[in-house]
Design a protein around this ligand. Structure first.
Ligand code: DC
Length: 227
């Protein structure tokens, strides 16, 4: 079974998805890391002014992902994809049709035959629309900025709260308004607001929905088998 968690930056998707996957014994897929890896490659090529050349290298770029880790052209880039420079570039990269085509293909292939908790912006809509259990996780923008500030400070980066909130709001705007794979809740997604909630509270909430869904699927299966 595939569980999808979509929603804006900083709503807690990664930690929630990872913890939920651990509880369920499922694998965890962080699709934002994939877009970040392409943004890092572009940054290393010279940044936005070299965007046009992406059309030439995107098809053969060597990418590898494992839960919580990423490799670009054979080098591990797990830490490098989290810098403010990559974060500043990534939503432009994520608008690119060929980038989305490549990464959606990798994600769909990864989901084949696996039990997965996957998180991103388009997992319940474009990548795994057939998933029986979808969530859309949101939180107030200031709270998201506060959480990001704490995270950045842990890695030695100091950014002021208002600047961070403005950057997050701008990234949300770009993610929600792009033509392909926009950040949007699937029609059958369960909306969850994590504002003022702890991670374990949010995970408990999602976990109980997943368990209900699993037992509903089991009873459907046994009803069909006894027909
Ligand atoms: O979740 P994150 O902050 O690591 O995501 C980085 C960027 O990648 C963000 O701007 C949105 C984009 N993204 C996307 O367009 N589609 C996804 N499935 C995941 C992330």
């Amino acid at each position: 079974m595939i569980v999808t968690i979509d929603g804006p930056a900083g709503a807690g998707k990664s930690t929630v998805a990872k913890t939920l996957a651990g509880r369920l014994g499922f694998e965890f897929l962080d699709t934002g890391a994939m877009y970040r890896t392409i943004a890092l490659k572009l940054l290393r090529q010279g940044g936005l002014q070299r965007l046009a050349e992406l059309n030439h290298w995107i098809h053969e770029v060597d990418l590898r992902f494992e839960p919580g880790r990423a490799w670009l052209c054979g080098d591990e880039v797990t830490g490098d994809i989290r810098t403010p420079e990559v974060t500043g570039l990534v939503s432009v990269v994520a608008e690119h049709a060929l980038v989305r085509q490549k990464l959606v293909g990798i994600q769909k292939a990864y989901g084949v035959g696996r039990s997965l908790v996957t998180e991103g912006r388009d997992q319940g809509t474009a990548v795994f629309p057939e998933s029986p259990c979808k969530f859309f996780l949101v939180a107030d923008v200031l709270e998201r900025a506060r959480r990001r500030k704490v995270e950045l400070e842990k890695s030695g980066v100091t950014v002021d709260l208002e600047t961070l909130a403005a950057q997050i709001a701008e990234r949300d705007r770009r993610d929600a308004n792009r033509e392909i794979g926009p950040m949007i809740a699937a029609h059958d997604a369960i909306h969850v607001d994590s504002t003022g909630k702890t991670i374990p509270e949010v995970v408990d909430h999602l976990h109980s929905h997943v368990e209900k869904r699993i037992s509903a699927l089991h009873s459907e299966l046994s009803k069909n088998a006894s027909k």
